[in-house]
Design a protein around this ligand. Sequence first.
Ligand SMILES: [Zn+2]
Ligand SMILES: [Zn+2]
Length: 242
Amino acid sequence: MDKLEILEDLAAVFRWTAKLNMHEAIANHFSVCVPGSNEDFYVNGTGMHFSNIKASDLFLVEKSKMDELKNKPELVDPTALYIHGAIHKKVPHARCILHVHSKYATALSALDDPTLPPIDQNSMRFFNRVGVYRDFGGMGFEEESEKMATKIGNKKVLLMSNHGVLTAGQTVAEAFDELYYFERACETYLTALSTNKKLKIVSDEVAEKTAQEWEDYSTDSKDLHLKAIRSILDQEDPSYKN
Ligand SMILES: [Zn+2]
Ligand SMILES: [Zn+2]
């Protein structure tokens, strides 16, 4: 996939995340590695609202300029440089990282036990597949970021206690599909909890089988998901591609 296509994909995902109200205005970050590198990446620059980001707005962070940029918060949020930089570098499958404080994932992150039990197909998708970083110690600077990179390991979802969530994928489409379904799973779980009735949790065997079925379910569905989103944006407002 060429560079332009990746940036258009990421811009589309910014806008769609805003439509889903999973964003926090100009806060939070999405990033994608430059093809062939795990240290140079594109990320949203400071002050950009998720709802109107364009492909050409995405800021190129180069390894050689990283130290300089860390002292220029007017260009890029330093926590984006630390968290995303550390994870892109250490985690091979984290070519794209989507980091938000979406409503339901963040609510789950605020629970003392943030385990998502297998209660529907979406929550089963994440059975034993979520890394949890429990030790919130302030904004994501150097030390925090290194620990987060260790906690995500080979998983695609990192729930950050008292903070929010980030997903990682080989592609923008993959990372977004994870984020979307994780938020949906959290929404269902918290809605079910709010009834104060007993949850019907499936067995570990059924949960694991269903999770594997999700994994076998063709990676095409992730690409089709983003393709469908882009086709809606193309009709409504194709300026994300500018
Ligand atoms: Zn955050
Ligand atoms: Zn971030």
